[in-house]
Design a binder for this molecule. Structure first.
Ligand code: FNR
Length: 390
């Protein structure tokens, strides 16, 4: 980056800035994936294996990037993904993300393991948002969570089903965030000492750092060992398709199942009657060695796209990527790390700017492909970039 690159524009720009600002263990927590991170890398690189087609001489004066997502009007087919501990990356990070999404006219998802409780997000936005649920063993507590989310105005429940147990994220051990003993604690103290901006803005002014939705269950988010112990002991690995009926009984709103990678599971999801699903491998943070979510998208969209709204996430880094996912059959996409890097680097305004760039990229790509509506972005506008001159 040169001295004159003063305005962050793209996702890599925000990532670089977030890296400079965050203590290393927090940057790594966001940036990393499971094991060798091969799936995380494939999520991104598989987008480059698809090419768009350019068509000319069509009237593209009336461009519209809007689309309804689960019945909700959205300025583009993009939503902010649930990301745990966003409030450790930026001061009251979930509130900043939700306000940015509102300004951009897209849905925001609040994580079960967010720092800001759903009530704080509701008070700041006065608008509906999506609530993401991890199933916990204590079902009475889950019921109380659902009740709080409903009262906070959430109509859509993002039920994440790909985390019966936590994936092996090696960076979290390597940098002392988990299980590093005395050496790990010394390393963390040094990382904190070399992040003065974060220390003041988030470490000091961004308190409290408790898990706002889980206050009765787990203490400070700074104690990540305690958090890991909570996940290991409280996340419920016994969950099966039968539990969707239980959820239905207690949740009157829409359900979006997040974490489906196989057609068989997508069919089961459509059979139990949820409104939508997200083709997702949790951003490559769970099972390393599986395919990218982009690769799994067309098969799943073909199988159940007429019965449920099919979303995807993982590796979206630009509006061009959004267009590719839509062309492969996605109703919409979720973005995780991009909004976290933007909020860590420049707060709410950073997320709004990044989303503005995404929307312009989507509009520009559509115009140059010769289409004016998201519904006209179809698979025949794609081709494989693999080529041979033989
Ligand atoms: C996540 N993700 C996630 N998903 C979820 O359902 N609940 C959660 O609390 C979290 N927490 C979380 C933390 C961090 C740091 C990351 C990076 C991701 C997964 C997230 O919703 C989404 O599936 C991925 O982030 C999508 O991949 P990209 O956009 O980050 O490549």
């Amino acid at each position: 980056m040169s001295l004159f690159d003063v305005v962050p524009v793209s996702v890599p720009d925000y990532r670089r800035r977030a890296r400079r600002r965050l203590p290393r263990f927090l940057f790594d927590y966001v940036d990393g994936g499971a094991n060798d991170e091969t799936t995380m890398a494939a999520n991104v690189s598989d987008f480059d294996r698809l090419c768009l087609k350019q068509f000319v001489m069509r009237d593209v004066s009336e461009l519209d990037t809007g689309r309804t997502l689960l019945g909700q009007a959205s300025s583009m087919p993009v939503a902010l993904a649930p990301v745990g501990m966003a409030g450790m990356m930026a001061r009251r990070g979930e509130v900043q993300g939700a306000k940015a999404a509102l300004r951009a006219g897209i849905p925001f998802s609040a994580s079960t393991v967010g720092i800001c409780p759903v009530e704080e997000i509701q008070a700041a936005t006065k608008s509906p948002f999506w609530f993401q649920l991890y199933m916990l063993r204590d079902r009475d507590f889950v019921l109380s969570l659902l009740d709080r989310a409903r009262k906070a105005g959430c109509e859509t429940l993002v039920f994440t089903i790909d985390l019966p147990i936590a994936g092996m994220r090696l960076r979290d051990f390597r940098n002392g965030m988990l299980g590093g003993g005395t050496l790990g604690r010394i390393s963390q103290a040094l990382q904190l000492a070399s992040s003065p901006l974060w220390l003041y803005d988030v470490g000091l002014k961004g308190r409290p750092h408790s898990f706002g939705n889980l206050r009765e269950k787990v203490a400070e988010a700074e104690n990540l060992e305690a958090y890991k112990a909570f996940v290991d002991s409280q996340f419920d690995p016994t969950v099966t398709w039968k539990d969707i009926a239980w959820l239905r009984e207690h949740w009157g709103g829409k359900i979006l199942l997040k974490g489906i990678m196989e057609v068989e599971d997508a069919r089961a999801a459509a059979d139990v009657g949820v409104e939508g699903l997200v083709v997702s491998n949790h951003g490559g943070r769970q099972l390393d060695g599986i395919a990218s979510s982009l690769r799994k998208l067309p098969g799943i969209a073909d199988a159940v796209g007429d019965r449920v709204e099919v979303f995807m996430d993982g590796g979206i880094r630009s509006g061009i990527d959004v267009v590719k996912a839509i062309a492969l059959g996605a109703r919409g996409v979720l973005i995780g790390r991009p909004w976290i890097w933007a909020v860590a680097a420049r707060g709410e305004d950073g997320v709004v700017s990044l989303l503005d760039v995404f929307q312009k990229e989507i509009a520009t790509a559509m115009a140059l492909m010769g289409v004016t509506r998201v519904g006209d972005v179809t698979r025949d506008l794609l081709e494989s970039c693999e080529w041979s001159i033989g």
